[in-house]
Write a protein that binds this ligand. Structure first.
Ligand code: 5GP
Length: 211
């Protein structure tokens, strides 16, 4: 039976509330660890290297791509973002379940590589609400907001490749739903097959002993 941790992937259009939901989910699920990505985008105010991201330069990132060090990577808004294979594997080998917070391009690459991937897409309740949340952040210009909204449409179009959908209408309910998915996923039959086989072996042994 594999003791390796599960791999969860959460994607969402910008403004759907993914970051707050994931932070709360990580607090609720102590065995779940976030994989911290590499990025070439500059750190924003308050971001700490190694916490939100590992901030690396383009040369370093491109050398990593050439060496096959990334499980997936993508160019998002002109910057590279990627998940290092060794970080994910070290966490899984220690028995941790790993959570990836990545975009839909990266999600397609991970799906190819991992049959047992649990992919979750977070939807906003409506496009009007998404636009309202993006404006309320106050951090982006109208031009950037417009770009994020057209990007959101492209991402929502890709969501049919995801296994689970959670609508972030009410935060607490969306969080409960995410927790349900993370709790139920290890119980899938494919994951329990080794346990079933062990029980059947035990049953065969005991019937031999009993004659
Ligand atoms: P931000 O710059 O706002 O932190 O993130 C921009 C986008 O990059 C988000 O959609 C986020 O999910 C995505 N992203 C962050 N890390 C990764 C990663 O390692 N791989 C991929 N493919 N996308 C990422």
């Amino acid at each position: 039976m594999s003791n390796k941790g599960e791999l969860y992937l959460i994607a969402a259009p910008s403004g759907a509330g993914k970051t707050s939901l994931m932070k709360a989910l990580l607090e609720r699920c102590p065995n779940l660890a976030l994989s911290v990505s590499d990025t070439t985008r500059p750190a924003r105010a308050g971001e700490v290297d190694g916490e939100q991201y590992h901030f690396v330069d383009r040369d370093r990132f491109e050398a990593g791509i050439a060496a096959g060090e990334y499980l997936e990577y993508a160019d998002v808004y002109g910057n590279y973002y990627g998940t290092r294979r060794d970080r994910v594997e070290a966490l899984r080998a220690s028995g941790k379940d790993v959570l990836l917070e990545i975009d839909v391009q990266g999600a397609a690459q991970v799906r190819e590589a991992f049959a047992g991937l649990c992919s979750i897409f977070i939807l906003p309740p409506s496009m009007q609400e998404l636009a309202r949340r993006l404006r309320n952040r106050g951090s982006d210009s109208p031009e950037v907001i417009g770009r994020r909204l057209s990007e959101a449409r492209r991402e929502i179009e890709a969501c049919s490749a995801f296994r689970w959908m959670v609508v972030n209408d009410r935060f607490e309910r969306a969080l409960d739903e995410l927790e349900c998915i993370v709790t139920a996923w290890p119980l899938r039959r494919a994951r329990q097959q080794a346990r079933v086989e062990k029980l059947l072996e035990e049953a065969a042994e005991s019937s031999t002993i009993q004659g």
